[in-house]
Structure formats: C-alpha cells, structure tokens
Design a binder for this molecule. Structure first.
Ligand code: ADP
Ligand code: MG
Length: 686
C-alpha cells in the first residue's frame, strides 16, 4: 500500500527529513516556512555537468569527474572540531582530493565503493593541488550509467544551506505536487499558454531540459503578478465599501502649522501635503504611500495631516518599527505641533513603559484627550483604544505585514481611518505598481535646502588610517561620527559579538582619547545610548546595522561603514542619510577589502546622491530581494519579472480585473482566493 507522506503543503519545513530547526531558521530568511513555500521557491540557475578528465579541472569551476576512489578516511579538525571525510579520486589523467563536512557515515559507504562520479565546485586546496568541496556523488554501477551529471539546480541560499541539501528536501516534498490547487482560472491559463500548477512546480525543480524550466518559470511569473494584482483589487474593493470620516481642509490650520514649523516646506513636501489633504476630504479612506528619500522631511508632511485631523476632532496614530524611531517621532511631532496647537497633545506608547505611564497614555487615548499617539507594535494590542481615530500613519511600512496594518486600522471602530504609509526605500514607480498596487503614491524627490551633498569615498585596506584620521579631525572640530559594523547574516548574537569586539579595538587601539559608545539590537539601554549620543556625550557611536532606520543626529558628519560590500546600495544610501543633516560638510566612508567588481558597485555611491537611481541600480545588480527586505520570494520574483516585462503587468492585471468583476468574492475560485489571502497575510519578521 502506498502511504501518504506525514506532512501536507502547509506543514512547516521541519516535517521534511533532514530539515533541522537551524535549517528552518535559515530557510525563513528566504521567506520559506512551509512545504508549499519550499516547492514554490524555484532555482535561479542551472549548472550543466559533462564528465571531464581530472587533469582539466581548474579552481573556481563547477565540474564533474569520474574515477576510482581511494584513501578514504574520516577525521576531526583539531581547532574547530569539525567532522570531515576525505578521499582521493583518480582517473587516467590525474587525481583530485575530495572533502565532505558533517557526513560522519560517509567514510564507511565510500570504502565499499570502487568507481565514483562526483560533481561540484573545484577549489585550490590549502596544501596545494585541487580539491572538490562537498561534491554530490554517486557510485558508478556495472552498467556505467551516471545520474548526477546533466542539469543541477542552484537555489537562492543563505549561509549554512547548500543547493544539494535544498534539492534533497525538494525531492521529498515533490511527493505532494499533485496537492497544489490551480490558482489560475482555466481560460486565463489557456489563453496565455501556461502550464498547470502541478506540472510547473515539478518542472521548475526537475526539468528534463532547460526549455522545460523556462516554461515553468513563465507560468509562475504570470501567476505571481496575477495573484498580486488580484490581491490588490480584492483589498481595494473591500476597502472602497468602507466609510471614512471626511477631514475638511481648513486654510487657517495649515497657516498655523506652517507658522510653528521653524522652516519653509519644500515644494515636494507641499505637493505631497496637498495630495494628502485632497484624499482626506473624501468619504472613502485614503490609502497612500509617501515615498521620500532619507531626510526629505516626511515627518513634517505626516504632522500636517495630523493637525488637519485634529482640527476635525479626530485622532492620529503613528506606528514605527523600533522604539528609537517611535521616540524620535514623538519629539518631532511635539516640536512641529504642540506650540502652534496648544490643545493638541502627543503621547508615546511602547512596550517597555512603566505601568502607571502606560495606564495614563491608554486613558488619554481612549478618552480622546490625546490627539496624536505615537508608538511601536504596542499600538496594535487589544488594550489600546482610541475614541475617534481618523488617521493612521505607518513609518517604514515595508517592515510591517498587511495584517499588522489592518489591526491598526481596525482601531477606528466602525469607520475606517485614513491611511498613510511612509517609506524611505526609494521604490521605482514601476515596482511600486506591482508591489503596492493598492496604494496611491506621493513622492518627495527633493531634500530641504542648505544640505550639502555628502562626500562619499570607497576606502580600501591600505587607506584605512586615512579614514580614521578623518574621523579624528571631525571630532576635534566638534563633530560626531557613526561607525557601522559589518552585517552578520547568520545570527544576531554573532553580530553583537563582532560589534563589541570592534568597539573595544577602536576604543583601545585607534581612538583611546575619544569618547566612544556602542549600540546594538540586544542592548537594553539602546535609547539611553542614542540619547546620550544625540546630547554629544559621546564622539563616536559604534553600531550594528540596527541604526539603519531613522536616527536624527544633526551634529554627526561622518558615517564610516565597515564591510560595505555586504550591503545593498539602497541600504548604504540609508546609512549615508544619517549624516549631512546640518550645514557642515559630511562624509561617508565605505570600507571594503573586496575585489574590483564590488568596488565598482560601491563607486556608484560616490557618483550619485539620488536614492531612486541607486535603488534601480540595486535592482538590476542584486535583484529585488535586497530592496524589499522581508517580503516573500513570490512577490520578489513577481517584481523582477514585471520589471523585465512591462507588458506582463498589464496583461495580468486585465485578467485579474475580469475575474474579480465576475466573481468579486472569489467564491468560484477558492484556490485563487486562498492564494490572495496568503499573500495579504504575510507578516514581516522585524
Ligand atoms: P525623513 O523623511 O527621513 O523621515 P525627517 O522628517 O526626519 O526626514 O526630516 C529630516 C530633518 O529635516 C528633520 O530634522 C526635519 O526637522 C528637517 N526638515 C524637514 N523638512 C524641512 C524643510 N522643509 N526645511 C528644513 N528642514 C526640514
Ligand atoms: Mg523618518
């Protein structure tokens, strides 16, 4: 009897053989949590292996060789105590050594084998000669047939995963391939000549030849864009049936607001404000994304909207992804609003607050006394009630999932609040259309006047001292500096460790006479340290990449980034936006010890200050994953596909519109509806 696997498509990946919890965490970084996710994550490239003589091997190459195996031994490295298996493979032309890690039983197997085929990457060995590292392998039987040659997939990976292991997991999961339900309506699928879902999944992982893989990809690209567009249309339809309380435009409010700002709004800020006011006057909820470079002054625009809401007797909530950012918003909203609107109070709600303070804030919110409530995720907790919520603002909106945004909006009771999302990730318009099709877009592509462009330089190892000298010089003339430690993808713990070590080294060896401070994600006193730095109680702030988002310290003029090559351009640009906020000249130093190609990429940073241009370059060079942070691969793939084939968005959108026009609740398309809901439910990890 055929037994059904003990997992289904929605089981966590750990249900598969050989997927440990640590693997599951790694997969989660790729947006893969369930067996379904795994099967939908297709390889991005294929290697084609043809057997070659061992003498032809070159380091850096992907190759396959066949030979006689000998010298098999298992041992443990002395320093790191890693278990490894070694062997030699010999053919008529020469010999190559083979090394496998973490496969303790392998030696016993290999000792029984005579002829072996192996495929994988060739490296130069530390002891001279060539080595194949963790190659795939297969015993060559009497018939001489070899299966591991041919097409071999390369999957998107993070440290600790290998394509061979992913392939193994996928092979087990493929037993469920027929459980996939078709998300494309039959006529749509046929009209566009696309494969059925089960066949596409199968061919995306195990194609007999490359054209089969391409055919599968074609189906998924269409389906990804189609499902996303269907999701937006569905969401829009649901929202357009909802009533919001209109917020009438009042000239005296905006006059008063401008009077209390202390600066003139830029043209771009004025235009965005105007677009928002027009939406607020309507009886359907505003749904707008405010996209502006770091430092472009999005907060003032949001504050103007909050002032207008307040004048209409409505409250505003402002949600930020971190406590540091929430506190900063608190200060800014107070500075922008509290003097010109004496009856307008701004309060803070974060999770670590003393109980009495929390109660006071909750009461103020529930009674309607507090006009603007700023906070973190703590805002969406059930205990938080607002008497008359009219406007919900979400900063760095890509850090929140749709569900979290929905929970925030639900705080308005029966009416729906107007909704304003803000992001400093410059999203090219085409991409915004694919990914945020449910939002109207306002762009602030202009910085406030008086800002000098930040001087940006790529610094290679021999020039390191010059970079430190610049930090010292700036500190001596009264300025401050940030030092960003390298990104450590494997774990936050390691990242903290590395940052702590770097902090100690800088303090002891490089800047013994300066005042250094350290901030990282696990530090309880983050806010105190940030506040101290803002008060100029420290000269140099050493930080893990956590400070990426939003900190405002105008006196800081140097941003030194270690391991710059590990970051995307869009992210480096965010870091750079932390300096250049005063009329002093500022500097961004990108420290890197990698090769020419990366330096070339980083050089773009010194050539332009335009975040949108950098984001587009990032997209071209590193794909959308980088730019979108925690979004699911399905969305990222859709985004890339759509960028490369603009006609695809129009076609998929038109089909989605037709389907939803006939079946608004998707009652007759349950699989599509489930896919739409899955896409809307993605929550972020931050
Ligand atoms: P972001 O868009 O990155 O959130 P902020 O709203 O934090 O930018 O603004 C960055 C800084 O610029 C703040 O100190 C803010 O007070 C200041 N600022 C904003 N708009 C203007 C303006 N029109 N003129 C001068 N300074 C401004
Ligand atoms: Mg901001």
């Amino acid at each position: 009897m055929l037994t059904r696997p003990r997992f289904n498509l929605d089981s966590p990946v750990t249900a598969l053989n050989g997927v440990r919890d640590s693997d599951a965490r790694r997969l989660a970084k790729l947006g893969i949590r369930t067996v379904r996710d795994l099967l939908l994550a297709r390889p991005h490239e294929w290697d084609h292996f043809e057997p070659s003589p061992i003498a032809w091997l070159r380091a850096g190459q992907q190759a396959m060789v066949v030979g006689v195996v000998g010298n098999v031994q298992a041992r443990q490295t002395s320093r790191q105590r890693l278990k490894l298996t070694e062997a030699t493979l010999t053919d008529k032309s020469g010999a190559v050594s083979l090394v496998w890690f973490h496969q303790p039983y392998l030696a016993a197997t290999l000792k029984r084998v005579h002829r072996l085929a192996v495929a994988g990457e060739v490296r130069s060995s530390r002891y001279g000669g060539l080595q194949m590292f963790n190659p795939r392998f297969e015993e060559v039987g009497a018939d001489g047939a070899i299966r591991i040659g041919g097409l071999t997939p390369r999957y998107h990976l993070v440290e600790g995963l290998s394509s061979a292991r992913v392939q193994q997991w996928v092979a087990e999961a493929l037993a469920l391939v027929d459980d996939f339900e078709e998300t494309l309506p039959e006529d749509v699928r046929l009209r566009h000549g696309l494969l059925p879902i089960a066949e596409a999944v199968k061919l995306s992982h195990a194609p007999p030849a490359l054209p089969d893989f391409r055919k599968a990809v074609q189906r998924f690209e269409f389906a990804d864009v189609f499902e996303l567009q269907a999701a937006f249309l569905w969401l829009r339809r649901r929202q357009s049936g909802e009533a919001a309380t209109p917020i009438p435009y009042r000239q005296e409010v905006i006059d008063r607001f401008k009077g209390g700002l202390g600066f003139e709004l830029t043209n771009a800020q004025r235009r965005a404000t105007w677009e928002i006011f027009q939406d607020l006057e309507k009886e359907i909820p505003m749904n707008r994304l405010l996209n502006g470079d770091v430092g472009s002054g999005k907060t003032a625009v949001a504050a103007a909207a909050a002032a207008m809401a307040h004048a209409a007797g409505l409250q505003t909530v402002v949600m930020a992804p971190t406590e540091i950012l929430a506190r900063q918003h608190l200060h800014k909203f107070r500075a922008y609003l509290e003097t010109s609107f004496p009856d307008l109070t701004v309060e803070l709600l974060v999770s670590g607050q003393p109980a009495a303070e929390r109660r006071r804030v909750l009461t103020a919110a529930a009674s309607g006394h507090c006009a603007v409530l700023v906070g973190t995720h703590a805002l969406i907790e059930e205990a938080v009630q607002l008497a008359r919520l009219g406007l919900a603002v979400v900063d760095e909106q890509h850090r929140f999932g749709t569900r979290q945004r929905e929970l925030l909006r639900a705080k308005a009771g029966d009416a729906r609040p107007h909704f304003l999302a803000m992001t400093a990730t410059p999203i090219p318009r085409s991409l915004a259309l694919v990914l945020y099709g449910d939002l109207a877009l306002s762009v602030i592509a202009e910085l406030p006047p008086g800002r000098r462009p930040v001087t940006t330089e790529v610094v290679t190892p021999p020039e390191r001292d010059r970079a430190y000298a610049l930090v010292r010089r700036e500190v001596q003339s009264g300025r401050q500096a940030f030092v960003i430690c390298p990104l450590v993808e494997e774990s936050e713990k390691l990242e903290v460790k590395a940052a702590t070590a770097e902090f100690e080294r800088l303090q002891k060896v490089v800047f013994p006479d300066l005042r250094l401070a350290l901030v990282h994600g696990r530090l309880k006193e983050k806010d105190e340290v940030m506040a101290a730095f803002r008060n100029h109680d420290a000269d140099v702030l050493v930080a893990t990449p956590v400070i990426e988002v939003g900190v405002d310290v105008p006196n800081a003029t140097v941003m030194l980034i270690e391991g710059a090559e590990r970051f995307g351009l869009a992210q480096l640009h965010q870091f750079r936006g932390r300096v250049g906020r005063s009329d002093h000249q500022s500097y961004c130093l990108l420290l890197t010890d990698s090769e020419e190609q990366t330096v070339h990429r980083l050089d773009l940073m010194s050539q332009t200050n335009d975040g949108f241009r950098l984001a587009e370059a990032d997209l071209r060079m590193r794909g959308a994953g980088e730019l979108l942070g925690t979004r699911q691969h399905g969305d990222v793939d859709a985004a890339m596909a759509a960028l490369q084939q603009p006609a695809l968005i129009d076609a998929a959108r038109a089909e989605a519109e037709m389907v939803l026009a006939e079946d608004p609740e998707l009652a007759r398309h349950p699989a599509l509806r489930a896919a739409v809901e899955r896409r809307l439910e993605q929550t972020s990890v931050s």
